[in-house]
Design a protein. Structure first.
Length: 95
């Protein structure tokens, strides 16, 4: 990607996507996507495992999550579900 291509992409997406963040290269953009997917996959897997443990301890995982997300910093809620989800996680590669 060169600066002209980046600027054209920003011009295309800015009217319809709030907060377009231009980066220096397509490699950086792809690395960003890998970081996002890995972050999400690890945290979804973690909360699914914790649900199993909390169930065995007779602790309501939903109550735990609600209490944890009451902090104004340092926590992002992830919720248990049927497994890793979203179109990106199973399709995009892991490096």
């Amino acid at each position: 990607m060169n600066a002209i291509s980046r600027d054209l992409a920003v011009a295309l997406y800015s009217p319809v996507v709030e907060g377009v963040i231009p980066v220096s290269s397509t490699r950086v953009a792809e690395a960003c996507k890998i970081l996002e997917n890995t972050y999400r996959a690890v945290n979804i897997a973690l909360v699914n495992e914790l649900k199993v443990i909390f169930d065995a301890m007779d602790i309501d995982v939903w109550e735990v999550i609600e209490a944890a997300k009451s902090k104004p910093f340092g926590f992002q809620a992830f919720y248990p579900g049927p497994g890793l989800g979203g179109h990106c996680i199973p399709i995009d590669p892991f490096y």
